[in-house]
Design a protein around this ligand. Structure first.
Ligand SMILES: Nc1ncnc2c1ncn2[C@@H]1O[C@H](COP(=O)(O)OP(=O)(O)OP(=O)(O)O)[C@@H](O)[C@H]1O
Ligand SMILES: [Mg+2]
Length: 317
């Protein structure tokens, strides 16, 4: 049997992540609750990030690996019940670090509910969510976002009457510890101009820097929303139907943008457009009636009779 080597670390020095040898086995049931008290998190909101970095460097030194290195997000038995109806039931999801992972399924399959559970908009009825090995099941949405798991459009609202540059600057300002301090001096805000322009350039919006968001074409507005999400420096981004309501030209642009972003960020997206899913995704999880029906790449799933049946049965082409 494979040998498992858990080490004792000083209390509060690292998030509860399972450490084991290369030949070790993962035991999700051993994951415990977060070790930081609410008071210590309030005192130093970035403490988790610092602790995670310390742990990573300790692992490099000892040659140990952690399953959280391979899978950035995992759920075990994730369940959401609404008055006896199971919108999500016993979902086990593993999102590989650096991948584009798509969550698909017919209408009412539980995709959005699953998303809302992952981003803490909904409280699970049962189950566990681990992000980078840390149990985030009971965490507040803002704390999860601070750890680097950010849903696009979650915190990063786009203000219609601010320009693209101003929108990204406000997001950067929030990321650097200030909330909506609109009364701040122009010189303080100007500090963020360089990074804001970089982010606009990353999403192909340099020429829209001085355009108010309300005047931007729909597809460009979605790109701006992604730029304001990137300003929060996420490690993992959750995109809920990023192509919704778009024409062909915008779809191609946003698909190319998601591909570019995925070089530095793990992406989990819910998307109805199956050709986008086919082109972008490394791995796809199919949900039906709140449960995982199948998982694989597009080529594998398109041959899967159960998947075809689920879509055809729900009236999809
Ligand atoms: N707050 C709620 N109360 C009761 N039932 C709900 C609630 N939210 C969702 N549901 C039900 O849970 C099921 C899954 O809904 P969900 O919105 O997660 O599906 P979806 O896969 O996102 O569907 P779509 O493709 O149409 O967006 C549906 O039957 C829905 O009616
Ligand atoms: Mg939905």
């Amino acid at each position: 049997m494979a040998h498992r080597n858990r080490r004792a670390f000083p209390r509060g020095s690292f998030p509860p992540c399972l450490i084991h040898r290369v030949d070790g086995i993962f035991r999700p049931e051993a994951a415990g609750p977060g070790r930081f008290s609410k008071a210590s998190r309030r005192a130093c909101p970035n403490r988790e990030k610092v602790a995670a970095r310390e742990m990573a460097s300790r692992r490099r030194l000892t040659g140990e690996i952690c399953l959280a290195d391979e899978f950035i997000l995992e759920t075990h038995g994730l369940t959401k019940e609404f008055a006896g109806f199971f919108a999500v039931r016993d979902v086990a999801l593993k999102v590989r670090r650096g991948s584009i992972h798509a969550l698909i399924g017919p209408n009412g399959a539980g995709k959005t509910t699953c998303f809302n559970l992952l981003t803490k908009f909904l409280k699970p009825s049962a189950g566990q969510i681990l992000y980078k090995g840390q149990d985030i099941t009971a965490m507040a949405p803002a704390d999860v976002a601070r750890l680097g798991l950010v849903r696009s459009f979650q915190i990063s609202a786009v203000f219609p009457h601010l320009t693209a540059l101003e929108n990204v600057r406000v997001a950067l300002q929030r990321q650097h510890g200030s909330s909506f301090d609109f009364w701040r001096s122009k010189s303080v805000l100007d500090r963020f101009n360089g990074r804001a322009m970089e982010l606009l350039s990353d999403v192909g919006l340099s020429e829209f820097a001085n355009t108010p968001a309300v005047e931007m074409p729909y597809g460009r507005k979605r790109a701006l929303e992604i730029a304001t999400t990137l300003a929060l420096d996420p490690e993992m981004m959750l995109l809920d139907e990023p192509m919704a309501g778009m024409g062909h030209e915008d779809i191609d642009k946003i698909a190319a943008l998601i591909k570019r972003i995925s070089a530095k960020h793990t992406i989990l997206m819910v998307e109805h457009n199956l050709s986008v899913v086919a082109n972008l995704s490394d791995i796809i999880t199919v949900l039906t009636r709140g449960q995982v029906l199948a998982q694989g790449n597009y080529a594998e799933l398109s041959k899967d009779e159960r998947v075809k049946e689920a879509y055809l049965g729900a009236g999809h082409a």
